[in-house]
Every structure is written in C-alpha cells, then in structure tokens.
Write a protein that binds this ligand. Structure first.
Ligand code: PEP
Ligand code: MG
Length: 325
C-alpha cells in the first residue's frame, strides 16, 4: 500500500481550493531518522525525547544526548525539529527511576511537573540540546503544561541554560524557539499573554482528548467511547486555533488522530495548517487532502454541528462518498 503513496512524496498537501497543509512526522528513535527523507515530511513536529530514556536501563549521560540530538538535526538537514522535553510519569515510567506510587498516574507527578520540581534531568537535557544545535536553529517544547506559569518557568530554564552554555564557551544555537504542547483543557483558557509568549503551540490530542472526555487513553473499555469528531471536541480545537491565530502564534496538532485521514481533514477544516503524525500516515493523509475542497468540508461540518449531532463523522463520510473518489 505504501507504494501507492510514493508518487505523492514530493508533492505538497494542497486541497482542491488551494489550502496548503504542512505535514510533519513524529519521531523519537534513531530508527525513525531515515523516514525524514522517505516520508516526504516537512520536518519533525514532535520528537519524543523520553523514548531515548525509556530504551536504556540507566540514565543517559549528557554527552550521549548531545550525540543523539546532533544526529537528529543532521538527519533533518535543515528541516524543523520540535524537541519535546522529557515526558515521563504516567504511562512512561523510567525503569531506573523510583516509581512514585500514585493512585492516578495520568493526573499525577509527570512531565513538566517533574521537570520543574526536580530540574536536574531537564537542565541536563536542555544543555545537550543547546550543544547539539551548535549554530543551528533549536526548537524546544514542554509537555503537559496546565497553566501559564509552568510554561513561563520552563522557558526561564531554557534562558538560564543558554546563558550558562554561553559562559562556558559553547557555540549558541542560531535561534531558539520555545513552545509548548497543549494537552490539558485548562490551557485552552489560559490568558492571552500565554498565547503571545509561546513561540508555537502543538495540540497533543491524545492527552487533550483523554482529559476533555475524562476517559483514560490506556483503558480499552473507554478509550474508543468518545469520537474525536465529537462536536464538542471539534469546538475546543477550533477555539484553540482561533486563540493562536489572534495571538499570531503558530499552531499544529501532533496526536495520533492527525494521522487518520478523515480526522486530519476535519482538523484542517477547523483551521489547522500543520499536522504531525507517524511517517506512514503522511501518504494517506496527503492523498485525501489533495482530493477535497476544504471550504466545502467546512460547510459540511458546520451544518452538521448546527443540526446538533454528537459527532460529525457520518456527515463527513457521506459527503466524502459523493466526492467520486
Ligand atoms: C499527545 O498527548 O497527543 C501527544 C502527542 O503526546 P504523547 O502521545 O506522547 O503523550
Ligand atoms: Mg501527551
């Protein structure tokens, strides 16, 4: 099936009515790097740095991380790579770190909460990223930010490490962009100043959906209970995109749903112009986007929402069936 998409690799994802959607890939392991060329991705929208920590039986050393991140940037060959700082805790437990016994790990001490309370590892990681960039642009984002102050504090850590690395005589990145994942509904309602401060925002739909519907993404009994194309969830996405647009902040979507063609189309219709997904999904998503008129899709979705449906999926599928594909 992949061969079907090879011919699309170097073509842009442009809808029939001329809307260009940028497709990025999610990555985290060295094995993902060849996909940067083969998938036609415009860059890496989400680099899950915790994977390098999870595949080891001890804490990686700073030098090893410098090496890994430099190889990622080499492979990207000038394309953008959004490095996410450690997202540990919850479903991602490091075998060599004392697991904290928490009744609700997904709602517990995880990701940036650990990074801010015990900053040693995050600082080491930031140092490694700065050294790896070495004159190239560097893009950093934080996981599981729930309020403005957490983002601000994470950002301060980046500035502090930049100063420290500079004082030590290391070559500075060409420029640094600092953004955040948006994975908690609370952040959708953060002050305008938060949106203005963030250089970019990436919607982490896996967690955002889990917290929005209060349905555990790991629990088979409930994880498929609520449709991503639920009208309420689409309203949330639309609102986030509007707020980013108002602030002039770049916004993308990097949860698993971005890799499902119909979902990707609906996200594009909600105003998202950048989607990040596993490399194998880029072909199928691009293929659908190139066949549709986005303004029409938007109308189909908005009249479905107005009619009060719980999910717009059926309406979108019915419309797609008339598209003579
Ligand atoms: C997400 O939550 O949507 C996301 C991309 O992060 P992860 O799946 O790594 O939690
Ligand atoms: Mg997440």
């Amino acid at each position: 099936a992949q061969e079907r998409y090879v011919s699309l690799r170097d073509l842009p994802a442009v809808t029939k009515d001329g809307q260009r959607i940028e497709l990025y890939m999610n990555a985290g392991l060295m094995a993902d790097l060849p996909s940067m060329e083969s998938s036609g991705a415009e860059g890496v929208g989400l680099f899950r740095t915790e994977l390098q920590f999870l595949i080891r039986n001890r804490m990686p050393k700073r030098g090893e991380l410098v090496d890994i991140y430099a190889r990622v940037l080499d492979a990207a060959n000038g394309r953008r790579v959004q490095f996410r700082t450690l997202d540990i805790g919850s479903d991602k437990v490091l075998p060599y770190m004392k697991a904290s016994d928490e009744p609700n790990p997904a709602l517990g001490w995880r990701a940036i909460r650990v990074g801010l309370d015990k900053p040693g590892v995050m600082r080491m990681q930031l140092q490694a990223l700065i050294r790896a960039a070495k004159g190239r642009p560097l893009t950093i984002m934080f996981p599981m930010v729930a309020q403005f102050d957490e983002f601000r504090a994470g950002r301060e850590h980046v500035f502090r490490e930049l100063e420290r690395e500079y004082a030590l005589g290391h070559i500075m990145p060409e420029r640094v962009e600092i953004g955040t994942m948006l994975e908690t509904p609370s952040l959708a309602y953060a002050p305008r100043q938060f949106y203005e401060m963030a250089d970019f925002i990436s919607i982490g739909g896996n967690d955002l959906k889990q917290f929005f519907f209060a349905a555990d993404r790991e629990n088979e009994r409930v994880r498929r209970r609520y449709d991503t194309l639920n009208s309420s969830f689409l309203s949330l996405i639309e609102r986030i995109v509007e707020r980013c647009d108002e602030a002039g902040t770049d916004v993308s979507f990097c949860g698993e749903d971005a890799g499902r063609p119909v979902e990707a189309l609906c996200f594009a219709a909600m105003g998202l112009k950048k989607l990040s997904m596993r490399p194998a999904s880029i072909g199928p998503v691009k293929s659908l986007l190139r066949r549709v008129d986005l303004a029409e899709a938007r109308e189909v979705i908005s009249s479905a929402r107005e009619s009060g449906v719980q999910s717009v999926r059926q309406s979108v599928m019915d419309w797609l069936a008339t598209q003579g594909r």
